[in-house]
Every structure is written in C-alpha cells, then in structure tokens.
Design a protein around this ligand. Structure first.
Ligand SMILES: C[S@@+](CC[C@H](N)C(=O)[O-])C[C@H]1O[C@@H](n2cnc3c(N)ncnc32)[C@H](O)[C@@H]1O
Length: 404
C-alpha cells in the first residue's frame, strides 16, 4: 500500500519528519509539497502532513480532458465498494494546469457518471483547486460515505491519483493549543504540530523496527526529556504519542504551569495512564535523575522581538542565548552515550531576510555532537518561521559522537 502525503506549509520540515519516522527509503517526494510513502501512516502522529490519500493509480494523462475521461472510466470501479451509495464527492488538484471553472465542470460531469452507476452524489464545491483540511474534516470525507479524490502531477510528469483516507484533526490541534489552562505569551506558544515534528525528529523509529512489524506505536517505556519545558507543549504531545514524559525548567512557575496543563490533558481526554515527571532545574548544570531515551525541546529563544532590534541589542541577545545553549549541550554530553540522538529547536533571528544563526552551531563537533542531515530535506530549510517573524526556530537534530 502506498500513500500520498500532502505536506504542510514548510514541506522540507514535513519531509524531514517523514524521513526520520519511516526512513529515507520509504519516502519519495513526487513534487515539492507531496510525498509518496510506502505505507499508510497514522496522521495523528505526524505534525507536518495535512492529508493522506491511498494511491490507487499512476498514469500519464497529459491534458485535463484526458484526465476527466480517465476519471469517468475508472471512478465508478474505484467507488464500487463504498458501503453507502449516498456519497459526497470532492476533488483536489495539485500541480495541474486547470482552472477552478473547469474543475467544477468536471466534478459535475463525474456526478452524472456516478449517478448512472447507482450512486446518489452530493458535491462539495471547491473554493480553490485543493479542498482545505477544514473542508475535508468537516464534510467527513474520510468516512464511509465520503470520497475526496486527490490528483497530483509529479515532477516526473506522471499523474498520481489517490483517495483521501485521513486528514489532520485541526479542531483537536486548536483545543490542545488554546484550551490549556496555563499559557504564557512571553515564553512563546509552541504549536502542538511543531512539538510533534520535534519529537519525531528526535526519535528515529526506523532504526527500531522489529522484523515484520511496522513499529507505529512508541512503547510506553521510551522517555522523552524536555529540559526547557515551559508550559509543557512537548510533554503533552509526547504523552499523546505514547511516550513517558520528563520535563524540567529553570522557573518554578513554568513547572507549575506544566503540571496544571498535563492534569488538564488527562482530565479533558479522560487519559488514565499518563506517565510524567517534572522538576525545577537549570538545564546547563542539572543532573537528571531519571533515565531518558531522547531529548526533544524548544530551548531558550531569548527575548521576543516585535520589531527588528539594532545590531548591538541583537548581538547581546545572541551572545546570552548562545552561552546557555553551549553550557546545556556540554551538560547533556556529560550524561549521554555516543549515538544518543535528540532534536532541539533553537532561535534563528531573521532580519531583513538575513538569517543570524546561533554561533554554537559552528562549534557542535567540539562539543561532542554531529548535526544530522536528511536525504529529502536540506538543513538550511529546517527553520520554522512565519512571515514577518523575527525569531524563527531552527530545528537541529544532533547525535553524540564521543564521550567528552
Ligand atoms: C521558549 S520557552 C519553551 C516553551 C515551551 N516549549 C512551552 O511549551 O511552553 C524556553 C523555556 O526555557 C526556560 N529556561 C531558560 N533558561 C533555562 C535554563 N538555563 N534551564 C532550564 N530552563 C530554562 C524558560 O523558563 C522557558 O520556559
């Protein structure tokens, strides 16, 4: 079974996540924002994939007329097994030269064809060439009576056709982000999706595949440490992904916030067996008492900026933040074995389109680490950033290379 993964706003980050989770060989980017994966991933465990469609055909149809003809011929067979004959149908198009008007005409033509095969069809009209995650979710396209057909033109010129099987639960993400009782704009608001990506980059599952098993579920014994846990978003997402969570932060108030947020999580989702521990501790010196298998964190980002700082202010902030990161990495190196892998989101200041990286990035080898690279993504593209934001988050995947 092969799946088309429709990637998020920053496709390189989504690709790195898929590669880390399933291995480079399992992932084939077919165009900039779509990848083919050799299985059906669990979308609830991925922060960077918006939709997943089961691939059912790869063809060479060139013109839109040919594509319409092909769909009229094949869709009745593809949908013959749908248990409910009352269907709602939608079409999403990626990278194909077609107008919205033409697409709508085709959708209605397909409705007529499917009617002749005994289906009763409700069309969900496109506002753009691709239906949004919200449209797919709220129109229940992944239910028994929903069919969203995904058409994507690959960079190899082939047409990839799939039927959507899963979509990101944007309502759940919003609740996990905004309904937490304790939030703090000053420490930053890490989106839960990005927290999932950081965890997936930290924990390379592919290495741990047991023969014959897909190893989708993290065993409960694996512990994720977040030494800069703040309000606890990474710990929350690690728990939801099946890990044991271990959090520390230099500020007692943050630990209280994390505790309140995780208690809310357990209560609101009625989760009885969440395993987590928290401690107030300075990440640059603390010796963590409990064993941990990986570190996933958004480290100290320095003060937030709403406008570009002058050079002197920027240099001072960069230096302060750099010292904390350097000491933190030294501290972790003392407590981990060669091969230990982790992912930390560190600040990258973007001013007038120029990127100012943390200086520590040039000293990783000396600190006992190697920055990992990816087959399907360049490290320079792994900076999570929104238009106009001054402090982006650079995603660093590090492994320990020797005992220091
Ligand atoms: C960018 S915030 C992390 C926010 C977090 N991801 C969340 O979900 O709220 C960085 C956190 O690092 C903490 N911090 C700063 N210096 C630290 C240090 N030396 N050791 C441990 N925590 C520190 C701050 O108190 C803050 O909560």
């Amino acid at each position: 079974m092969k799946s088309l993964c429709i990637l998020g706003r920053q496709p390189a980050i989504s690709l790195a996540e898929l590669e880390s989770r399933y291995g480079a060989g399992a992932v084939t980017p077919i165009k900039q924002d779509i990848a083919l994966v050799d299985r059906q991933p669990d979308i609830s465990q991925l922060g960077g994939t918006q939709k997943i469609a089961r691939l059912y055909a790869v063809t060479t149809q060139k013109s839109w007329k040919d594509i319409e003809h092909y769909l009229k011929e094949t869709l009745p067979t593809q949908l013959a097994d749908m248990p409910d004959k009352k269907l709602h149908l939608g079409i999403s198009v990626y990278g194909i030269n077609v107008s919205l008007g033409q697409l709508q005409k085709t959708t209605f033509a397909l409705k007529r064809t499917l009617k002749q095969h005994g289906h009763s069809i409700r069309i969900v009209p496109n506002k753009s060439l691709a239906l949004s995650s919200a449209q797919v979710l709220h129109n229940h396209f992944t239910d028994d009576n929903g069919a969203e057909i995904v058409l994507a033109q690959g960079k190899d010129g082939q047409l990839y056709i799939g039927k959507t099987t899963a979509v990101q639960d944007i309502d759940s993400y919003t609740a996990r982000d905004q309904k937490r009782p304790k939030r703090d704009a000053k420490v930053g608001m890490l989106p839960p999706k990005l927290a999932q990506i950081i965890i997936n980059l930290a924990e390379r599952r592919e290495q741990k595949q047991v023969k014959g098993s897909a190893y989708e579920q993290a065993p409960i014994s694996l512990t994720v440490l977040d030494p800069f846990c703040g309000t606890g978003v990474i710990l929350q997402e690690a728990l939801l992904m099946g890990f044991t969570a271990y959090g520390s932060d230099i500020e007692k108030r943050m630990i209280e916030y994390t505790e309140a947020n995780l208690a809310w999580l357990a209560h609101s989702l009625d989760l009885k067996n969440l395993k987590y521990t928290t401690v107030t501790a300075d990440a640059t010196t603390h010796e963590w008492e409990l064993p941990f298998d990986t570190i996933a964190c958004e480290a100290y980002l320095g003060r937030p900026f709403s406008a570009s700082p002058d050079e002197k202010t920027l240099n001072k902030v960069m230096q302060d933040v750099d010292t904390i990161h350097r000491k933190f990495l030294k501290n972790v190196a003392r407590q981990t074995e060669p091969g230990f892998r982790m992912c930390i989101a560190v600040p990258c200041w973007i001013i007038n389109e120029k990127k100012h990286h943390l200086k520590t990035l040039d000293k990783l080898e000396g600190l006992g680490y190697t920055r990992q690279s990816f087959v399907h993504a360049e490290n320079q593209d792994l900076i999570y950033h929104r238009e106009g934001q001054i402090v982006g988050r650079e995603l660093l995947v590090l492994t320990r290379n020797y005992k220091s």
